[in-house]
Design a binder for this molecule. Sequence first.
Ligand SMILES: C[S@@+](CC[C@H](N)C(=O)[O-])C[C@H]1O[C@@H](n2cnc3c(N)ncnc32)[C@H](O)[C@@H]1O
Length: 268
Amino acid sequence: MIEPIVDRVLRSTRYRDVDRTLLDRLAAEELPKSRNADDAVKRVKRRLHQAVGAYRGAGAADPLAAVRATWGGDLFDPAFRAACLAVMRGHASTNERLPYIEGFFAPIWELTGGRPRAILDLGCGLGPLALPWMGLSPEATYHACEVDRRSLKVVDALLDLVGQPHAVHARDLVADGPPPIRSDVALLLKLVPLLDRQDPSAAARLLGALDARHVVISFPTSSLGGRRRGMESTYRRRVDELVAALEIGEVREASVPNELVFVVTPRG
Ligand SMILES: C[S@@+](CC[C@H](N)C(=O)[O-])C[C@H]1O[C@@H](n2cnc3c(N)ncnc32)[C@H](O)[C@@H]1O
């Protein structure tokens, strides 16, 4: 019975706002390996930490207070941008990109034939708060997808505030696949290594189910602790594997500092 295990995990405030599908899936996977219920709860929490908890900060009561206070209708306003950067620091993975956020998106849009008018950001974390640096049209639609509703709530409120057309999708991308959205660009920023740890076949399934003109897949070039561990060659091999398995069309590499970024353009 997975329900009592999930109920016990949900009693801790830390994981209350993680999408239930992920909790059910992890409990179903961990229960058969567990000695007893206590062990199962511990195992599920460990997996949740790897998937979600390791990236989250403590979570402020009102994380967007400074963003709202500085919003005057201009995405270029330095005070507004500084407030967005401060919020993004609350997500360990999004935070890693901040030192080079200025130059991150232009080289990617060069390979996608311009800025997307419909973007699907999978496992987005707090990445959509980089909207001021993305240069999207005010009419572009931003679809943000995450298993962590805490991040999604912040993303939703920010996109509401600035009036960017958007939708948020709470999903376990391993069990549920992507939302059925046709997009110009689907972003899988630093997501594949995480999916590989959860289910080695999930990334290929996800890519196969996407309806996107271009898919952007990135990998960190250092670990969360900041150490470089020769990950680049491993990740290059992983992209080659995914692309070969799916018989995807063209793969090009965007020249972006401190992150390995591939733009995959499916055939036809
Ligand atoms: C390494 S972070 C990358 C965040 C963001 N894409 C970025 O680059 O700033 C991976 C994100 O995927 C989310 N995640 C983990 N497992 C997931 C799953 N099964 N389905 C959907 N999202 C998941 C985590 O909550 C986390 O925010």
